[in-house]
Design a protein around this ligand. Structure first.
Ligand code: S3P
Length: 172
């Protein structure tokens, strides 16, 4: 069974995937890394040259490939992945989906220094970044909230991995 980590940019999906991988002794994979390696282009380049729709198609195809190729992995997905095509249904059908739920303030604080490769954030900072996060996050919430479980992100990511590991051990 796969574990899919879902949530907005900056919610700690990649960090949590690594921590969870150690706790559960299972391999992990990052969907964006997979897309970049497979296509030989960075996420920013894919957006720049093909636009968002093109990226979403690649993201969908890559997710389907990962589901087939890596049935026991922990997978950190991109923040928009569950919102497009039938990605959320696909993930829910074959694994445990976990929403990493973080406030706009936490997200903004983390993202301010991590804008590279996040074309949707347009290099915004300060209040502009918060407004942008809110605008993108609100329509996504109804998707995120359909995940099997939600874990609230506080200041540290590590306890989050512990909470998920405990839950996973109990159900498997
Ligand atoms: C996106 C999130 C990014 C990446 C792309 C689009 C989004 O992944 O897939 O820039 O739509 O929220 P992270 O959530 O890992 O930053």
């Amino acid at each position: 069974m796969q574990i899919f980590l879902i949530g907005f940019m900056g919610s700690g999906k990649s960090f949590t995937a690594k921590a969870l991988s150690e706790l559960l002794d299972r391999p992990y994979l990052d969907l964006d890394d997979y897309i970049e390696k497979r296509g030989g282009q960075s996420i920013a380049q894919i957006f720049k040259f093909g636009g968002e729709q093109h990226f979403r198609k690649i993201e969908h195809d890559s997710l389907k490939a990962i589901i087939k190729e890596y049935p026991n992995h922990i997978i950190a997905t991109g923040g928009g992945a569950p919102v497009f095509h039938n990605n959320l249904e696909l993930m829910k059908a074959c694994g445990l989906t976990v929403y990493l739920d973080a406030t706009i303030d936490i997200l903004a604080k983390r993202l301010e220094n991590e804008l590279l490769n996040r074309p949707l954030l347009q290099n915004a900072t300060g209040e502009k970044l918060k407004v942008l996060i809110k605008t993108l996050l609100e329509p996504r919430l109804s998707y995120y909230q359909q995940c099997h479980i939600a874990v609230e992100i506080m200041k540290e990511d590590l306890p989050v991995a512990k909470i998920i590991a405990k839950y996973f051990e109990n159900i498997s």
